[in-house]
Design a protein. Structure first.
Length: 260
């Protein structure tokens, strides 16, 4: 163990601490890469029909208030360093959300309309925040595209690969370890908020029920085995003695209605 820690210190691999893989990126590179991916996504409205803030103020204000509530948690390491920018993608058929390095996040209208409680979306947001905050995203991209390509894109060259990486963001598959880690952090973050700490479990429960009914939501292709995850999330909430009662759902129906 000591040898391992020394190795980490020696090479300054920032992700060694959690044992979930190596991350040779600097925080600055995470932010740069996120900015590049954001620009790519916003420049491609046919593929990513992002709802503009103007005209959708109600929806965005609600979502940002939810984000701010989650960012109250001091367990989010980069809560003041990352921008935690949110975008809503108009696609009612896609039950998904994703996060880019540096805290750039997108939520599909399909996910919002699918959920019946604010706490469930807060759980998913917490999960996505964790992917960025724990820097799973850069690790997963490095694994998928290779260090050289991802570094070049973050530095501003390798333009040809940028579109490919941006497109891959929505399909980026994290390891089971990363998924478990994001679920656990979601519980920890929400524990410090007014939301039920196991909010993400509510979403997975609904997915499991839907899958049984024959549906195959997009979230399942990148987020495996939700059944075990419901139990793991609930167990952790209990162990940490975090609140599992739902917050007041006032405003949720109006929020959903405002997402057009
Ligand atoms: Zn995930």
């Amino acid at each position: 163990m000591r040898k391992y820690l020394f190795f980490c210190l020696l090479l300054a691999f920032s992700a060694c601490k959690n044992g979930l893989g190596l991350n040779v990126f600097t925080l600055q590179q995470d932010k740069q890469l996120g900015d590049k991916l954001k620009a790519e996504i916003l420049s491609n409205p046919s593929k990513y029909p992002v709802l503009p803030y103007q005209g959708n103020e109600k929806a965005y204000n609600y979502l940002y208030a939810m984000r701010d509530e989650i960012l109250k948690s001091d367990k989010i390491r980069y809560r003041s360093q990352f921008k935690w920018e949110l975008h809503i993608i108009k696609d009612d058929k896609t039950l998904n959300a994703f996060a880019a390095p540096g805290g750039f996040m997108c939520v599909y209208t399909g996910l919002i309309k699918y959920l019946e409680h604010a706490d469930h979306l807060a759980g998913v947001l917490g999960h996505e925040i964790a992917h960025a905050d724990q820097r799973h995203s850069t690790q997963a991209m490095t694994k998928a595209y290779g260090l050289q390509v991802v570094t070049q894109v973050a530095a501003g060259s390798g333009g040809g690969q940028l579109a490919e990486i941006a497109a891959g963001l929505t399909q980026l598959s994290f390891s089971r370890g990363h998924e478990k880690d994001a679920d656990e952090h979601s519980v920890e973050y929400l524990c410090d908020t007014r939301y039920a700490s196991n909010g993400a479990a509510g979403f997975f429960e609904k997915l499991v029920a839907n899958k049984a009914a024959g549906g195959t939501p997009a979230f399942l292709s990148t987020h495996p085995s939700p059944k075990n995850r419901v139990k793991d999330i609930n167990d952790l909430a209990k162990k940490l003695r975090c609140k599992t009662t739902m917050a007041d759902n006032t405003g949720w129906a109006q929020f959903k209605a405002s997402v057009k």
